[in-house]
Design a protein around this ligand. Structure first.
Ligand SMILES: [Zn+2]
Length: 175
């Protein structure tokens, strides 16, 4: 994975959104460098299948929301006003469409601010739901990605078995 590629190991849109800031505990870098990156994230996340226009203001708002989510997920002092502002807005719902293979829910046709609301609502639902205690940080020392541990045994340790899990095991084997 190159640095610019978005990680998708979080299990929830709001958790994946926090991963747009890379290497949080080290030399942090922002994968949302331009408004276009932000629009691309929503497309890659499957939250939008229509053209999105993102502004510099949207990018500022997105970064603030992202950090409020991260703080709430890691039980640090989160800015709840930011979360509540975005989560409390009304947006249209998704649209059911009939396909040859059954019904499919298309994402709502809403603008970039509506997209931030989608992510914020996902975050507040997660934080107030049964999976809230299952939000964890990857167990590898130099990885700070969050994920929702939905494993039956509640023992998932890595953001990804293929990357962090395998690398940690290999390092132990060598040692
Ligand atoms: Zn990891």
């Amino acid at each position: 994975m190159t640095d610019a590629a978005f990680p998708w190991h979080g299990g929830r849109p709001s958790v994946n959104f926090t991963a747009t800031l890379g290497k949080r505990g080290g030399q942090a870098f922002d994968r949302l460098r331009t408004p276009a990156d932000l629009a691309r994230w929503f497309h890659e996340a499957g939250l939008a299948d229509h053209p999105l226009k993102a502004s510099a203001r949207n990018l500022d708002d997105a970064r603030l929301l992202r950090e409020a989510l991260y703080a709430a997920f890691t039980a640090t002092d989160a800015d709840l006003d930011v979360l509540n502002h975005w989560a409390g807005r009304a947006i249209p719902g998704g649209r059911l469409e009939r396909r040859t293979d059954g019904l499919k829910l298309r994402p709502p046709r809403t603008d970039l601010e509506g997209m931030l609301t989608l992510v914020a609502q996902d975050g507040t639902n997660l934080l107030s739901g049964p999976l809230a205690p299952r939000i964890r940080e990857c167990g590898r020392d130099d990885c700070w990605l969050l994920f929702v541990d939905e494993s039956r045994a509640a023992n998932r340790r890595w953001c990804s078995m293929e990357t962090c899990g395998a690398r940690t095991k290999m390092a132990r084997y060598r040692a």
